[in-house]
Design a protein around this ligand. Structure first.
Ligand SMILES: Nc1ncnc2c1ncn2[C@@H]1O[C@H](COP(=O)(O)OP(=O)(O)O)[C@@H](O)[C@H]1O
Ligand SMILES: [Mg+2]
Length: 243
């Protein structure tokens, strides 16, 4: 049996947990509570993908306006404007129409799966994109009225993304009760689930990361410390967890 091709995440320590990287062409759910670091990890996956691995990338933002997303990138010293000009990175504005304001961006979409997919299909072709981030699935799901529609649309998203052969990270806000998926289908539709967590230990908030599911890969089942710094995010060895 041939091995699944891998995509380096650009997050120090994470590829080792994955035994080489994310499975190429699959859709991965990145789940966790607010402030755990989902947006940062996803941002780094796209930025390092372009810079270190030569993979053009697309970042779809529903949660934050594009100006804030560019600030998020530059907060880690990552300037994306030149990459955008060179067509190596595309920022898709899903925020403005959601907020009911006119978009000033080159690429903007409505908060709808069909519009998202049409735009992605065209952009993946235009850029030769290898990596896609959708931040977040939660925003997209909230726009759908019934749970039945949410399930149907999420399955459609998953099916189309897998046919496009891009490695996709979809972020998902974890509910208070700590359930990985709000609608009961996200974690089944995804080929893999990576969980980010933020928990109080001795009156300090500690971030951690673990791989809950990754089809076809012999990955680690260890919760490791996950740190955010001025250079981006990094996974540390588990010995330092909860010290
Ligand atoms: N330059 C930075 N250095 C260190 N930590 C940062 C920096 N920028 C943001 N953070 C941390 O990242 C957090 C935001 O993480 P984010 O990736 O947006 O989480 P999520 O998307 O899971 O809600 C902030 O609350 C802050 O603690
Ligand atoms: Mg976020």
């Amino acid at each position: 049996m041939s091995q699944i091709a891998r995509v380096k995440t650009g997050i120090p320590g994470l590829d080792k947990m994955l035994n080489g990287g994310l499975p190429k062409g699959r859709t991965i759910l990145l789940s966790g509570p607010a402030g755990a670091g989902k947006t940062t990890l996803a941002t780094q996956f796209i930025y390092k993908g372009v810079l270190d691995y030569g993979d053009p990338g697309i970042y779809v933002t529903f949660d934050e306006d594009p100006k804030t997303v560019r600030q998020n990138f530059s907060g880690f010293g990552w300037k994306i404007q030149s990459l955008e000009k060179e067509n190596l990175l595309a920022l898709v504005d899903g925020f403005s129409m959601r907020a009911g304001v006119a978009s000033k961006e080159k690429y903007s979409i409505r908060l709808e799966i069909d519009d998202l997919l049409t735009t992605l299909i065209a952009l993946i072709d235009e850029l030769g994109a290898e990596r896609v981030v959708i931040d977040s699935l939660t925003a997209l799901a909230i726009s759908l009225e019934s749970e039945l529609r949410i399930r149907r649309e999420i399955l459609k998203l998953s099916a189309v993304m897998s046919s496009l052969k891009c490695t996709t990270i979809v972020t998902s806000e974890m509910s208070q009760s700590g359930e990985i998926s709000r609608y009961g289908v996200e974690e089944f539709m995804a080929s893999g689930v990576i969980v980010l967590d933020i928990q109080e230990v001795n009156q300090r908030l500690m971030r951690s990361i673990y791989i809950r599911k990754m089809r076809g890969i012999n990955h680690e089942l260890i919760r490791r410390p996950f740190m955010l710094s001025g250079d981006g995010c990094i996974v540390l060895s588990s010995e330092t967890l909860y010290m």
